[in-house]
Design a protein around this ligand. Structure first.
Ligand code: ADP
Ligand code: MG
Length: 699
């Protein structure tokens, strides 16, 4: 484009940022490094805060407490000097607005002396503060010279503040974005108008204009709760939902290459296998799974259920169905200990003459692994239980129909994809004990279906939960001694393995020594992630058989461990755990008929906030309530390992705060894919937010 053309051609959102005056190759490169290539990208670069510069404050009204203010006046004094102590060059201008005067001080910006002379009129935005001599001074964050009767750029507006990009000056960035706003005149709004108005969202161009140059300033503006901001959140959620929905529709174009039937013989096998009657919730979820397995579309379902609600059993029944139809099923566990436990419990439940269950985990010998792989490849292995060792390239299934992923938050999307590719359109069932709101699940996993087991098996007793200061540990151990004397067992959980992990947390190695010394008449063992796998197994086995009284452990025992005679859970430094994690740990007890107790020991120095968090936790046994508490108190936090999965993919939206918009986006996306087809939906998605399409890998 020649300069002449550039002058006449109106700027377009699709243009490169170089179409903006003042953006040459160098600055374009700096912007590009920040992911800003087009004018639209620059428009999507929203201010992170605003400064209210609408009203001029009379100097006389300034106090050291004034948070920030715009002042306007004449330079009546100007001097520069070098400070004696730190040898900083200091320029001081005295500003007079007719109500009072105030000195404005700049450090180490000698060029200012060349730009101001006595008699100039300035607008300054900044903060008053008390100077060394006790006098009021003004720190000018921003200033501008104005004509005697003129107005400055700084005045009368709410001014956007952008995070800095590669050292580009704030003022320059503001100018460039202000120019880019010209592209809004011809910006097309890809979101259908009826959808937008139905949701009460403003048009795109107006939203971007308002976000960069607000016409108003209130709490909603500063907390990003305006309709304009929500509009951008909706757009990225909508593009995301369109992309995943379209992807799923593409992948379902071919029907699953297998027919699953569930006949009376299979029902009889299932009934024979289960040592108890399924709860109503288990039956309902099982029906949902069975429908998925028989449908021509691959299943992608998340089962949520509180710890001990019986998810694993439900998944096992699904596996039996796949196997009875001549296929293989795989169960993936997040840790070796859990894989091992699943393997043994399944071995106890199913008829091992009828069904061949094979285990595959990293700690097996090379030979064992080779044998296992051979059995998996030939199809002789019907149910395979393992860790992520199952997902690696060297494992080939004969006919994998169902993959069950336990405690999914420890698995990455890539691993799940790898599993899906281990067969042809594998049905995937993901189990999680971390109840997350549906909207969050949708945001994290895309277009999955959700089943909730919201009922515990009969006869469970709620775990009594108490909070104590850590100084009470000796009393707690007395209590543990007393109850272990009656054949009950206890877990004592520490936050870290040893001092090298975190110096501010109590390590399990030292804790183990201390507990062993004080419970010298009890059988105490230690379990943590860095012990050799066989040693861990021996310890777990011994504890499960009741040959140990106390297991001193880290959170390796957090998920899935199931020992019915364990009735005491003591958690050291409980204030340092997330509530959902505490709930997982607490779920390790209360699995038998005896009443169980969970003691949360908090550090004596725990904050009031931490204490009240623990108190709130202690009074509820409901995992969904805990999850809500956790969410409201910490945001998504690390309870589901969602930070990178759920939060960073969106620039504007926060999946927890904006969950209603996520639901709306999903409904709208489903409607569009159904009516216009996946190609049109993808096209729409990339016109709304290309990034979301790229991330989904269907571009
Ligand atoms: P989750 O995986 O949801 O934590 P599990 O499937 O491991 O739960 O079940 C927890 C415990 O409850 C296991 O000991 C299991 O055998 C038992 N259980 C599961 N379902 C039932 C039921 N319907 N009736 C009685 N006990 C059950
Ligand atoms: Mg489980």
């Amino acid at each position: 484009m020649t300069i002449a053309e550039r002058m006449v051609a109106p700027i377009d959102a699709r243009d490169s940022v170089r179409a903006i005056r003042g953006v040459g190759r160098q600055r374009a490169e700096i912007l590009q490094n920040a992911g800003i290539e087009s004018v639209r990208d620059l428009l999507d670069f929203l201010p992170f805060r605003y400064e209210d510069r609408r009203v001029v404050t009379p100097i006389v009204a300034l106090t050291p407490e004034t948070p920030s203010a715009l002042i306007r006046g004449e330079v009546v004094g100007l001097r520069s000097r070098v400070t004696r102590v730190q040898r900083m060059e200091l320029i001081e201008a005295t500003i007079d607005d007719g109500t009072a005067t105030i000195p404005v001080v700049w450090f180490n910006q000698p060029y200012i002396a060349d730009r101001i002379v006595r008699g100039d009129r300035l607008v300054l935005f900044g903060r008053p503060r008390t100077g060394n001599g006790g006098e009021l001074q003004f720190d000018a964050a921003d200033w501008e010279k104005i004509a005697a009767d003129g107005h400055g750029m700084l005045e009368g507006r709410v001014v956007p503040v952008y995070t800095s990009i590669g050292g580009l000056p704030q003022r320059w960035l503001r100018g460039a974005i202000a120019e880019a706003l010209a592209a809004l005149e011809r910006l097309d709004d890809p979101v259908p108008a009826n959808l937008r108005t139905g949701l009460g969202l403003p048009p795109l161009a107006a939203s971007l204009a308002e976000l960069h140059a607000p016409s108003r300033f209130d709490a909603a503006v500063s907390t990003k709760a305006t309709g304009e901001y929500r509009r951008l959140v909706f757009d990225e959620f909508f593009a995301f939902q369109l992309a995943i929905r379209a992807r799923r529709t593409f992948s379902e174009k071919q029907p699953k290459p297998r027919t699953i039937v569930i006949d009376d013989a299979i029902r009889a096998t299932v009934r024979r296998t289960l040592p108890f009657r399924l709860t109503g919730a288990q039956k309902r979820v099982l029906r949902e799974i069975a429908d998925d397995m028989r449908s021509p579309r691959p299943m992608y379902r998340l089962i949520q259920g509180d710890v001990g609600s019986g998810k694993t059993i439900v998944a096992l029944v699904a596996a039996l169905v796949a196997i009875a139809n001549g296929h293989q099923a795989a169960l993936l566990a997040p840790t070796e200990v859990l894989a091992e436990q699943h393997f043994r419990r399944i071995g106890q439940l199913v008829d091992c003459d009828a069904i061949r269950v094979v285990r595959l985990s990293g700690s097996m010998t090379a030979r064992e692994k080779r044998d296992a792989r051979a059995a998996i490849e030939s199809g002789e292995a019907q149910l395979v239980v393992g860790t992520h060792a199952l997902v690696v390239g060297s494992v080939n299934f004969h006919s994998l129909a169902l993959a069950i992923v336990d405690e999914q938050h420890r698995f990455g999307v890539d691993q799940r994809k790898a599993l899906f590719d281990k067969g042809t359109m594998v049905d995937i069932l993901v189990m999680t004990a971390t109840p997350i709101p549906r909207s969050l699940a949708l945001a994290l996993h895309g277009d999955l279906d959700l089943s909730v087991i919201d009922e515990l098996p009969p006869g469970r007793r709620p775990v009594k939960c108490v909070v104590r200061g850590s100084a009470r540990l000796p009393n707690v151990l007395d209590f543990v001694r007393e109850r272990t004397g009656k054949g009950e067992q206890a877990y004592v959980v520490f936050p870290v393995i040893d001092e090298s992990d975190r110096t501010d947390l109590k390590p399990v190695t030292a804790g183990y020594e201390a507990i062993r010394a004080s419970l010298s008449d009890r059988r105490v063992a230690m379990l943590h992630g860095r012990l050799p796998a066989d040693e861990k197994q021996v310890t777990m086995d011994a504890f499960a058989r009741g040959e140990l009284d106390v297991l001193v452990a880290t959170t390796v025992i957090e998920v899935g461990i199931d020992v019915a005679s364990a009735t005491m859970m003591v958690i050291v430094d409980a204030d340092r755990f997330g509530l959902s994690q505490l709930h997982q740990l607490r779920g390790r007890v209360g699995r038998g008929a005896a009443s169980s107790i969970c003691v949360l020991l908090r550090d004596e120095t725990a904050s009031e906030e931490a204490k009240s968090r623990l108190r709130e936790f202690a009074v509820t046994n409901d995992g969904f309530v805990v999850a809500e508490l956790d969410l409201t108190q910490r945001g998504v936090g690390d309870m589901t390992g969602t930070r990178q999965a759920g939060s960073s993919r969106f620039r504007f939206g926060q999946v927890v705060r904006d969950h209603a918009l996520m639901e709306a986006a999903r409904d709208a996306a489903i409607a569009i894919v159904d009516s216009d087809g996946p190609e049109a939906a993808l096209d729409l998605a990339s016109r709304i937010d290309r990034r979301q399409v790229r991330v989904e890998g269907v571009d």
